[in-house]
Design a binder for this molecule. Structure first.
Ligand SMILES: Nc1ncnc2c1ncn2[C@@H]1O[C@H](COP(=O)(O)OP(=O)(O)OP(=O)(O)O)[C@@H](O)[C@H]1O
Ligand SMILES: [Mg+2]
Length: 396
């Protein structure tokens, strides 16, 4: 099953192009679901119909859904929340305040991803088109499954052991209710689901489409998105430059814009060299409804297959040269100054501007020391060397 994610700066046409792509996918005979993880109901606006929180069929082979993150939250977190509430109750926290304390920031968004997973695993669809929130939110969202998984992996087993050991003592002493196994089970289930979300969205049948308009600030954001999505292991395979002014017309205002846009298009081609780049004309009105969206998609994709996966790179690989093993992380458009590395035991923290990824080193490298690193040819390359006995205790 094919999964396409559309992201980009606010207002560039993500929902329009996601809906348009879904229209041509459905017309080609694929059972297609287009869903939005965004609270704004713009898919409904683009398709010009009513859309619910369950997949709604809008035409042959085409279903639309607005994920109700709140509803999902309540389904998945009921057990965990019930426990937290009981603890807060014993601690004397006012129930209304307690209710608020158990709402975890970002949790709702994660649950939007869980719904994407549920639909992907349902077997109902050939193609899933995901209309994501603007870039920064999408990145935060896509980084969450791994980050939460990491946390659960390390903290949970410890906590569970401690709780088991202390349960009789603590329950008597403080009157604090100990979490039932069902709480841990719920957390573990969530962990497995988050893992699966990541596996799906970074898997060989998924790719990200960057949507932008030909303006310098929008291009700058798209470039950063390309780097950061790659940092987290997501595969960007195409960029769509939307709302390009058609050539022609005589007045100065328009020709100045056309010229400026051509310059940005040129820069975009440089920035996304190796990716498929499509352009989409600024229409004389908002493309709304299946007919106009289909026309927009046909023109944009220009006889190429919008569902085909473009050339992608493996996110991470280990190779060996004369000096020793090298771990390479695909990180297009990053510069040496953007990237920070910190070694922590068998992990490496890679930061690019404000985004951070914790990489667990492959077991063959865990006992090596970092001998050097550089950003070269769109990759972060970290060189390793055998740790000598004296330096093997170093952590950074
Ligand atoms: N090629 C185009 N020609 C003309 N109008 C367009 C084109 N693409 C999108 N639009 C219009 O631009 C507006 C914004 O598009 P859209 O809602 O798809 O953007 P978005 O990136 O999803 O926005 P948001 O970040 O708010 O979710 C809409 O009114 C849409 O109809
Ligand atoms: Mg939108």
């Amino acid at each position: 099953m094919r999964i396409l994610l559309f992201t980009g700066k606010g207002g560039v046409g993500k929902s329009t192009l996601a809906a348009a792509t879904a229209c041509v996918s459905a017309a080609a005979g694929h059972r297609t679901l287009v869903l939005s993880t965004d609270a704004a109901h713009s898919l409904a606006d683009a398709l010009g119909g009513e859309v619910g929180t369950e997949p709604t069929e809008v035409s042959t082979n085409l279903w639309v859904q607005h994920v109700d993150a709140q509803l999902r939250f309540e389904q998945s977190w009921r057990d965990i929340q019930r426990y937290l509430l009981s603890v807060l109750d014993v601690a004397g926290v006012d129930p209304v305040a307690a209710e608020e304390l158990t709402v975890i920031p970002g949790a709702e968004e994660v649950l939007a991803l869980l719904e994407v997973r549920a639909q992907a695993r349902s077997g109902r669809w050939d193609v899933l088109v995901v209309d994501c929130a603007p870039t920064a939110e999408t990145l935060r969202l896509l980084a969450l499954p791994e980050a939460l998984g990491w946390y659960i992996d390390r903290v949970l087993p410890m906590e569970r052991r401690i709780v088991k050991a202390l349960k009789p003592v603590l329950t008597r002493a403080a009157g604090v209710p100990m979490p039932e196994d069902s709480v841990f089970d719920a957390i573990e289930r969530l962990h497995a689901e988050l893992d699966d979300v990541r596996a799906l969205l970074t898997g060989p049948e998924s790719s990200v489409r960057l949507v932008l308009t030909p303006e310098s600030v929008v291009l700058a954001e798209a470039r950063r998105a390309y780097t950061n999505l790659s940092l987290f292991g997501y595969r960007v395979d195409a960029a769509i430059v939307n709302r390009v002014f058609p050539d022609g017309g005589a007045d100065e205002w328009r020709s100045a814009w056309v010229e400026s846009q051509q310059r940005i298009l040129h820069d975009a081609a440089d920035s996304f060299a190796g990716l498929k780049i499509w352009t989409s004309v600024y229409r004389d009105r908002e493309p709304v409804g299946p007919e106009e969206l289909t026309a927009l998609a046909l023109e944009t994709y220009d006889n190429s297959d919008p569902l085909a996966i473009g050339a992608t790179h493996s996110s991470m690989r280990v190779s060996t040269n004369d000096a020793g093993p090298v771990l390479s992380l695909y990180l297009p458009l990053a510069t040496q100054e953007d990237v920070r590395l910190v070694r922590k035991g068998d992990e490496i923290v890679v930061s690019v501007a404000s985004y951070r990824r914790l990489l667990t080193l492959p077991s063959g490298l865990a006992r090596h020391r970092v001998a050097g690193a550089r950003v070269h040819a769109g990759e972060l390359q970290i060189r390793f060397a055998e740790a000598s006995p004296e330096t093997s205790k170093e952590t950074t």
